[in-house]
Design a protein around this ligand. Structure first.
Ligand code: BGC
Length: 442
């Protein structure tokens, strides 16, 4: 068959994403290291431990892997608990280390995208109530100022908070993340403080660096009514989407927190995003269930027969990527896919997942939607939060005991995509022939 291809615009960002707690290792006292010590919080009581040993210097070899495989950017996060180990103490040596990593990225022609806060909080802050205590708003702004002063010569692309909606849900509604609450009121308080902290950091960054591009990385999840004819299922799916997907970025756009009934004003956050980061992984079916008030009357599940990841955590629904990008358009700012990927130890699903999702991104780009880049989660297997080491998202496999890395076929596929700035029928034939007829129909 003749070679066909789907190309991306010139200058498209191709990278991978990581986060401090998940890769650095020897993590200092933060709410997650403390959580890992509590029995039963993490699957099999796994610990982040040495993680991928980035703090010990292995960031060099992993970023070599990223650069050598054609990536032109990398998204990582800073560990607040390293930089501010106590309320009245900044650790300049930690900031120097991050400066060295940023320099290392430039030497490898990897444009840094830096997240200020990816799930972890310094323990001293968590002990003061974390996101539930409004004092965090000023603390976060001070931390942002400190970091931007230190890294401004290298970094202009900033994500303030990673997935505030996941934190609201997992830490305050489902109880899987610290502090393990199941309390809608606490979730709303945390959400409000995250909004205000984001806005305060946005202004703090722009004051120091007017040319900065600042955004939030949102986790967009598709929610489809299980029975499309059922008004109750439709209501439940809409409510999930409103609370999980829409609440935070709409507040950032409009300065209003829209609830199922009515709205609250939060004017100081209006207009504080220069781009929107979209993390897309999967889509749920939603059925109304009267017995689940704590989950907003929703039972969520994957379609029977779905193409599932190793542990059933992710269903491969590429159309959801297109829906996510369409959803992101409403915010009227550039869009960056800040995470997308799948847990797949033996790499039998990842090649098709990657190609099918990028095909959807390409479709969206062809509507001239302002999509600037794609970050695959993740570069190397890393510590997957309450799921410990049971899920493998890396393009490179990690042996946690020996720290040895082994390349998965998807790493080669992604390298070809980055170099080609697109996907070709020939790549699909070699890496995922099973989706050839849907991606490149005759
Ligand atoms: C988070 C990552 C996580 C990934 C896969 C995202 O929601 O931002 O930290 O590793 O999902 O579970």
């Amino acid at each position: 068959m003749a070679q066909a291809s789907y190309h991306f615009p010139r200058g498209f960002l191709w990278g991978t994403a990581t986060s401090s707690h998940q890769v650095e290792g020897h993590n200092p006292p933060n709410n997650w290291t403390a959580w890992e010590q509590e029995k039963g919080r993490i699957l099999h009581d796994h610990k982040s431990g040495l993680a991928c040993d980035w703090w010990g210097g292995r960031w060099r070899e992993d970023l070599d892997r990223a650069a050598d495989s054609g990536q032109n950017t990398h998204r990582l996060s800073l560990e607040w608990s390293r930089i501010q180990p106590a309320p009245d103490r900044w650790d300049e040596a930690a900031l120097d280390r991050y400066r060295e990593i940023m320099r290392g990225m430039f030497e490898r022609s990897l444009l840094p995208m830096v997240t200020l806060q990816h799930f972890t909080l310094p323990l001293w802050l968590a002990e003061q109530g974390g996101w539930e205590n409004e004092r965090i708003v000023d603390d976060f702004a001070a931390y942002a100022r400190k970091v931007v002063e230190a890294l401004k010569e290298y970094v202009t692309m900033w994500v303030t908070i990673n997935e505030p909606n996941v934190v609201m849900a997992s830490a305050y509604l489902f109880g899987d993340f610290p502090p393990g609450k199941k309390d809608l009121g606490a979730a709303m308080t945390a959400g409000r403080n995250m909004l205000r902290a984001h806005a305060a950091a946005y202004h703090a960054i722009h004051k120091i660096q007017p040319q900065a591009r600042v955004g939030v990385a949102m986790n967009y999840r598709g929610f489809a009514p299980a029975r499309s004819w059922s008004p109750l299922d439709r209501w439940a799916a809409r409510t999930q989407s409103l609370m999980f997907n829409d609440l935070f970025p709409r507040a950032v756009q409009k300065g209003k927190i829209y609830l199922p009934v009515g709205f609250q004003r939060i004017p100081e956050v209006a207009g504080t995003q220069d781009f929107i980061g979209v993390n897309y992984y999967t889509r749920d079916q939603v059925a109304f269930n009267l017995f689940k008030p704590g989950e907003l009357f929703a039972r969520r599940f994957f379609l029977p027969g779905a193409d599932l990841s190793d542990t059933g955590f992710i269903a491969n629904v590429p159309q959801g990527m297109f829906d996510a990008l369409k959803w992101a358009l409403q915010f009227e700012v550039p869009i960056i896919i800040t995470e997308n990927g799948v847990e797949d130890a033996d790499d039998d699903l990842r090649p098709r997942y990657l190609l099918q999702h990028l095909h959807q991104v390409w479709r969206a780009v062809n509507f001239n939607w302002p999509i600037k880049g794609y970050y695959h989660w993740s570069l190397v297997d890393n510590f997957e939060w309450e799921r410990g080491w049971t899920q493998r998202f890396g393009l490179w496999e990690l042996d946690v005991e020996t720290q040895a890395r082994r390349k998965r076929p998807s790493a080669d596929l992604y390298a070809e995509i980055c170099r080609e700035n697109g996907i070709t029928s020939e790549m699909v034939e070699r890496y995922a022939p099973e989706v050839m007829s849907s991606l490149f129909p005759d």
